[in-house]
Design a protein around this ligand. Structure first.
Ligand SMILES: *Cc1c(COP(=O)(O)O)cnc(C)c1O
Length: 367
């Protein structure tokens, strides 16, 4: 059986580091606001080359806090991809604003300037660019557009830890950029965790307050906030894992090139393309496949777990059906929701397993 994720395999390689990280938190008993939280914020900001990192409870809260810090409120519109995880839209709604969906580009499944421009109205406050699957969105174009039209840009880097566009890691072009450390992300905690990064000291302080009841230190409530903290155990785990992130991303890239090689002759599917100026971190290796559902079932019968990211484009999931959108408005997202299939890609997957998966895919299309 080849699982879609196998977190045990990774844990076994770092067991002693994790055990000592956990026991140091337990012996300090500083389960919240411990030393490791501060240390992780410094280490992660340094690694990216960003001035500030503020830890949060999860990636969805990071988006909500970023939108709040950028003063999104009722009556505003925020442009989000039609094809992404639901948090990008729900965080906008949580602020009382309206998510405006834009179709993704066929080449890399991220949002591109031309499509975004067509959706800008007098109510538009900003955009959320998502580095879907670990592929960098064209953030330099989008940044230029936002500057020209006086909009904010949030980069959702939940799937893109150390993805590069040009010479820089993603997360440096947004007014605020958000990360998730959900356990299966490229850098994953042992529970929920997230952060925001920004080069703007005022926005960083605002996010820090919003995430901690409006206070920087106890009882200093300058505004109303929420409780969204990364706990010390998660910070200690992430600190222990951080030195391995580049190696794990490299291993994912190797796995992706093996898939590209072994799948290249199959005309019924399309492997991911990578824009020349980006370094893809392959959080997800998603193919577009003819007879996707039958292929998924066939692989499952042969002990191979796959996933669908995502089975429905956002305009067609329940909370957004009242918007009344039609598939023809989002041709690429519509096609993706029917064709996309994610194959296992985690760093510890072996070449033999990849060969087996590819052989089974070939067998399916020969039937
Ligand atoms: C995982 C993810 C999030 C949300 O992160 P959580 O930590 O699960 O709240 C947001 N956006 C994208 C694109 C994601 O993949």
């Amino acid at each position: 059986m080849i699982r879609f994720f196998d977190l045990q395999r990774q844990h076994r390689t770092i067991e002693s580091q994790i055990t000592s990280a956990l026991s140091s938190v337990i012996s300090s008993s500083q389960y919240l606001k411990g030393e490791q939280v501060k240390q992780f914020e410094i280490a992660f900001a340094d690694l990216l080359g960003s001035k500030h990192c503020v830890t949060t409870a999860n990636g969805t809260d990071s988006l909500y806090l970023a939108l709040k810090a950028l003063k999104v409120s009722a009556g505003d519109e925020v442009i989000v991809p039609a094809f992404t995880w639901i948090s990008d839209a729900s965080a906008v709604s949580m602020c009382g604003a309206v998510p405006v969906f834009v179709d993704v580009d066929k080449s890399d499944y991220t949002i591109h300037r031309r499509n975004v421009e067509a959706k800008i109205s007098s109510r538009t406050k900003g955009i959320i660019a998502v580095h879907l699957y670990g592929h960098g969105a064209p953030i330099h174009d989008l940044r230029q557009l936002c500057n020209d039209r006086k909009l904010f840009m949030i980069e959702d880097c939940a799937q893109a830890h150390l993805t590069k566009v040009g010479d820089n890691y993603v997360g440096l072009s947004g007014d605020i950029s958000t990360f998730s450390f959900y356990p299966t992300k490229n850098l994953g905690a042992y529970g929920d965790a997230g952060c925001i990064v920004t080069n703007d000291s005022i926005l960083a302080e605002k996010c820090r307050r919003l995430a901690n009841h409006g206070a920087l230190v106890k009882n200093d409530h300058m505004l109303e906030g929420i409780n969204s903290r990364m706990d010390t155990i998660q910070a200690a785990v992430l600190l222990a894992k951080l030195p391995f992130l580049k190696t794990w991303n490299h291993q994912r890239a190797i796995n992706a090139s093996l898939y590209n090689l072994y799948l290249k002759e199959i005309s019924q599917l399309i492997t991911p393309s990578v824009r020349a100026d980006t370094i893809h971190t392959f959080h997800i290796y998603a193919i577009r496949a003819n007879h996707r559902n039958e292929l998924k079932a066939f692989l499952a019968e042969n002990g191979i777990q796959t996933e669908i990211h995502y089975p429905a484009a956002l305009p067609f999931v329940e909370p957004y059906k009242p918007f009344g959108h039609t598939p023809a408005e989002f041709p690429v997202s519509d096609q993706l929701q029917h064709e996309i299939l994610s194959l296992p890609i985690y760093p510890e997957l072996t070449e033999d397993e990849i060969v087996y998966i590819c052989d089974k895919i070939k067998e399916f299309y020969k039937k």
